[in-house]
Design a binder for this molecule. Structure first.
Ligand code: GUN
Length: 289
């Protein structure tokens, strides 16, 4: 029987603990949320993030900027939030309008306030392992928690050591950082994407598959039947909409062929928000001790 990994329940428990943590703080954390333009998906994500803040007792300030806002004005707003101790975390919702250079702007967010964990210093620290990032990228961090919990009953000291993990999707938000985190735990990582020539061959010996391409059905029955390991774990972070319904990269027909899987919705999505809230609380501690 395949096991459903209930990300929603795990995320809910994390939020309960964070609320208790915030109640003990001398000052309430405040997250600055910046959105540029009117992207419908972004509006939904931002609403969810603000609602999670409210749930754990974190204040928010929202800067919803016009589509035509210049890069220079956006950077000035970010700088204002960087300089003020009233805000411990800054969240710049992506995507940004085309005239704004995303990488350039993300680098202007203070690494201590970078609650998304996207700043090159945070990603760089994750890669070199000589120092911990100030803040970890949320989705990969949440995915690692789900994986750790899955392997928690295994007796190995380092359950990921030597395991073959196939990451499908090479985004800066999920695929790349999760591959670094897996390598940091000793996993053997294979990086693929939606254009990989022979995906079946790549997944054949997988113990774990993390997929985040946004292509619904990329992970289908034929692909999963090629995997040797009936206990393979599949983590689906590839959220998209088909006929108005939120779906992942996996065709649900694959579920019966795997050891454990994250559903969409209710798997990785709630963990992203919970780990964002963890970062918001941590950023407040970084600023105020
Ligand atoms: N857009 C899609 N996913 C994300 C995310 O995790 N953080 C931000 N800031 N924007 C996003």
């Amino acid at each position: 029987m395949s096991k459903i990994i209930d990300g929603k329940a795990i995320a809910d428990a994390i939020l309960v603990d964070l609320k208790a943590d915030v109640e003990k703080m001398k000052t309430r954390p405040c997250l600055a949320v910046i959105q540029v333009g009117n992207n419908t998906a972004s509006e939904i994500y931002v609403r969810r993030k603000i609602s999670a803040c409210t749930r754990i007792g974190v204040d928010t300030i929202s800067a919803h900027l016009d589509e035509n806002t210049s890069e220079k004005s956006l950077m000035a707003i970010i700088d204002g939030f960087n300089q003020s101790d009233a805000f411990s975390g800054i969240l710049l919702q992506l995507p940004l309008p085309k005239h704004i250079r995303v990488k350039h702007v993300l680098e202007t967010i203070s690494p201590h306030k970078d609650v998304d964990g996207f700043h090159p210093l945070n990603i760089g620290r994750l890669s070199v392992r000589s120092a911990d990032p100030y803040l970890h990228p949320c989705t990969p961090f949440g995915i690692m928690k789900l994986i750790d919990m899955q392997y928690a009953n295994v007796t190995d000291d380092l359950p990921l050591e030597g395991k073959r993990c196939v990451v499908i999707g090479q985004s800066h938000i999920v695929g790349r950082p999760v591959s670094i985190m897996l390598q940091n735990q000793g996993a053997t990582v294979v990086m693929c994407d939606k254009n990989t020539r022979d995906l079946k061959q790549e997944v054949r010996h997988a113990d774990l598959i993390v997929t985040a391409t946004g292509v619904h059905g990329l992970i289908d029955e034929a692909l999963i039947k090629a995997v040797d390991n009936p206990k393979v774990i599949i983590i689906d972070a590839g959220i998209t909409k088909v006929d108005g319904k939120v779906v992942g990269d996996c065709d649900p027909a694959i579920y019966k062929h795997v050891g454990a899987y994250t559903p969409v919705p209710g798997g990785v999505g709630p963990m992203t928000i919970a780990y964002l809230m963890k970062n918001v609380v941590k950023s407040h501690k970084l600023l105020h001790g």
